[in-house]
Design a protein around this ligand. Structure first.
Ligand code: NDP
Length: 256
């Protein structure tokens, strides 16, 4: 006869298993219509989250609630959250992924190049985090994940605007971690290296080869690599991780 697990001494002495994610938690990903954000949304949906994703253009993957939103516009951010709240419930996991580049050397960088990147990557992220915070505080639980970049710590010639915005997200997450930790809310940063998406498709072969030579793992990252780190931070394994910067860069930024 089979021994019930509860009476099996070997089972009793084994370490507790990592609990599965609570089914049906609500996650919102910004910029879920393409690139890394799309894959993060799909990964969270595959793990059983009820997922909404913002899209400015295009569409979100099947099975995911799409909400139109330009994150630079606070009214659109508020309307997007309100739509998610009414259709799925309060957002328990926020992944602030939407971002842009406007690369050029400092002496050629226009006010517009600077403003567009700061307004999207930094101020836009502030808008979504601020809107997400109150319901999380009320629920006394929440997970905030900001998608930064290896260049926020490493620096990058031709990306003064972008690297500044991405470094700013580290200060944002760590301040949120301190401010909201007492309410059961974590705030962390995922810092990808060079990931194959539209954003990096514009780089010429020589530049890509140059980057690859500096990556210990010898390849570009995949959106799935980034999504795995986000899923960890959102899930039960990330419960006691806050204020962290998790590199997903093949070792490119090691030591920073
Ligand atoms: P993509 O260019 O492929 O996608 C960017 C996404 O952000 C799109 O969904 C885009 O929407 C959205 N977005 C841009 N501006 C706004 C806005 N104002 N309001 C709402 N949504 C907006 O980029 P990736 O997928 O490569 O990058 C995703 C994130 O990862 C970014 O924050 C990026 O900085 C970061 N990252 C990327 C790396 C890479 O190598 N690819 C490396 C390190 C970090 P739309 O389609 O409408 O333009």
């Amino acid at each position: 006869p089979e021994t019930p697990a509860a009476e099996d001494p070997a089972a009793q002495s084994s370490a507790p298993e990592t609990p599965a994610p609570e089914p049906g938690r609500v996650a919102l990903v910004t910029g879920g219509n393409r690139g890394i954000g799309r894959v993060i949304a799909q990964r969270l949906a595959a793990e059983g989250y009820r997922v909404a994703a913002t899209h400015r253009s295009g569409d979100v993957p099947p099975g995911i609630l799409g909400v139109q939103c330009d994150i630079t516009d606070t009214e659109q951010v508020d309307a997007a959250f309100a739509a998610v709240e009414s259709q799925l419930g309060p957002v328990e996991v926020l992944v602030a992924n939407a971002g842009i580049t406007r690369d050029t050397l400092i002496m050629r960088m226009s006010e517009d190049d600077w403003d567009a990147v700061i307004e999207t990557n930094l101020t836009g992220t502030f808008h979504v985090v601020r809107r997400a915070a109150r319901p999380m505080v009320r629920a006394r639980s929440g997970r905030i994940v900001l998608i930064s970049s290896v260049v926020g710590q490493l620096g990058s010639a031709g990306q003064v605007n972008y690297a500044t915005s991405k470094a700013g997200l580290v200060g944002m997450a760590r301040s949120l971690a301190r401010e909201l930790g007492g309410r059961g809310i974590t705030a962390n940063v995922v810092a990808p290296g060079f990931v194959e998406t539209d954003m990096t498709a514009v780089l010429d072969e020589k530049t890509v080869a140059g980057y690859k030579a500096q990556i210990p793992l010898g390849r570009m990252g995949r959106s799935e690599d980034v999504a795995a780190a986000v899923a960890f931070l959102a899930g039960p394994g990330g419960a006691y991780v806050t204020g962290a910067v998790i590199p997903v860069d093949g070792g490119l930024g090691m030591g920073h």
